[in-house]
Design a protein around this ligand. Structure first.
Ligand code: NDP
Length: 302
C-alpha cells in the first residue's frame, strides 16, 4: 500500500516542499504520496491524531502550526526542544516524535554563505517568527558571540531573547527596536545580515534601505527568491544568498528521517528549480505577513 506523507499548514496551496519531496520519493523508488493538508488551528489536534495511523510515513508542519503542535506530540528532539518549534514528525509506532529540520537547513545555508572564510562572530537578524528561532539557535551553535534581533513588534524579539536565555548565557543576544539608524549602526559592526521577516515575499520591497548595506556583508534572505534586499546587497558588492539552500537541506533532513535513506539532493534541487520556474514561491503556499504594514525602514527608496 502506498504510504502517505502530509504537510499540515494553513494555507498550504502550491507547496515547494511537495514538489521537492515527491521527486525524492519517486527517485529513490519509495511508494509514497506527499499530500497537502490545509488545517486551521482548531482542526490541528484531529489532524495530529489522524497521522498516528500506520499508513503515514511522516509529516511536515508549517505556518501557523510549528509551535502549536508541540504539546500535541509525544517526544521532541534536542533541536525541537531548544527552538520550541517543530517542522517534521516521525512515527515510532503510534507515538509521534517532533524534529526541527530548519536547524540543519539553516546550518547548511550559513556554511554556504560563509564559504571558505572564517566563521564570523556577529550577526544582525531581522525578524522574530518561526524561521528566526532556527536562525538564532543555529547562530548560537555556530559560535556567534553577538546577535542583535530587530523586529516590527519588539516584544516578539524580546521573547526570543528570553527563550534562548540559557543557551545564549555565554554571549550577547539582544533585541532592539526597529529604527533605521539603530540597524545602520549595528550593521556597521557586523559581518552577517539575515532576513527572517517575510518582507519581500509578496512585493518588491526590502526590509532596509540599500544605503545602509556595505560591501563586506554576507547577506542571507530566508525567502526563496532573488529579493530586493539580495539585489541591493549584490549592488554594493556584498555576498548574497536566498533561502533555497535552507529549504533544500531542511527537506533533505526530513526525507532521511522518514525513509532512513540519504536524500537525493540533486533531484530535490532540480524539482525546486522547476517549481520555482512555474511560479511557486513559498514552501508554505500562500504568502505570510502583511506587506501593507511594512515598518518605516522597509519603504522602498525613491
Ligand atoms: P512568521 O509568520 O513566524 O514570522 C514572520 C516575520 O516577518 C515576523 O518577524 C514578522 O514581524 C515579520 N513581518 C511580516 N510582515 C511584516 C511587515 N509587513 N513588516 C515588518 N515585519 C513583518 O514566519 P516565518 O518566520 O516562518 O517565515 C518568515 C520568512 O522566512 C518567510 O518568508 C518564510 O517563507 C521564510 N522561511 C524560509 C525557510 C527556508 O527554509 N528557507 C524556513 C522558514 C521560513 P512581527 O513579529 O512584527 O509580525
Amino acid at each position: 500500500m502506498s504510504k502517505r506523507v502530509v504537510l499540515i499548514g494553513h494555507p498550504v496551496a502550491h507547496s515547494l516542499s511537495g514538489a521537492m519531496q515527491q521527486a525524492a520519493f519517486d527517485e529513490v523508488g519509495i511508494d509514497a504520496r506527499y499530500e497537502l493538508w490545509d488545517r486551521a488551528p482548531i482542526a490541528l489536534p484531529d489532524a495530529i491524531e489522524e497521522v498516528r495511523g500506520d499508513d503515514f510515513l511522516g509529516v511536515n508542519v508549517t505556518i501557523p502550526h510549528k509551535e502549536r503542535v508541540v504539546p500535541l506530540i509525544d517526544k521532541l528532539t534536542e533541536d525541537a526542544q531548544a527552538t520550541g518549534a517543530v517542522n517534521t514528525l516521525t512515527r515510532e509506532g503510534k507515538r509521534l516524535v517532533g524534529h526541527n529540520t530548519d536547524v540543519p537547513g539553516f546550518a547548511a545555508a550559513l556554511d554556504t554563505l560563509v564559504g571558505r572564510q572564517k566563521m564570523p562572530r556577529q550577526a544582525v537578524l531581522l525578524g522574530a517568527g518561526g524561521g528566526a528561532r532556527a536562525v538564532v539557535y543555529g547562530l548560537i551553535r555556530a559560535g556567534f558571540q553577538r546577535v542583535v534581533i530587530f523586529n516590527r513588534h519588539l516584544h516578539r524579539a524580546e521573547g526570543l531573547v528570553r527563550h534562548f536565555g540559557r543557551s545564549a548565557a555565554h554571549m550577547e543576544l539582544k533585541a532592539m527596536p526597529w529604527h533605521e539608524s539603530i540597524i545602520e549602526s549595528e550593521l556597521a559592526k557586523t559581518k552577517v545580515l539575515i532576513n527572517a521577516t517575510s518582507i519581500g515575499l509578496n512585493a518588491d520591497v526590502s526590509p532596509i534601505p540599500a544605503e545602509i548595506l556595505t560591501g563586506d556583508l554576507l547577506v542571507l534572505d530566508l525567502i526563496y527568491s532573488r529579493t530586493r534586499l539580495l539585489r541591493d546587497a549584490e549592488g554594493v558588492g556584498a555576498t548574497a544568498q536566498d533561502g533555497e539552500t535552507m529549504l533544500l537541506h531542511q527537506g533533505a533532513s526530513a526525507f532521511a528521517l522518514w525513509t532512513g535513506q540519504p536524500a537525493p539532493l540533486e533531484v530535490m534541487s532540480q524539482a525546486l528549480a522547476e517549481a520555482r520556474a512555474e511560479g511557486v514561491r513559498s514552501a508554505e503556499g500562500e504568502p505570510v505577513g502583511d506587506e501593507e504594514a511594512v515598518p518605516e525602514a522597509a519603504a522602498p527608496a525613491g
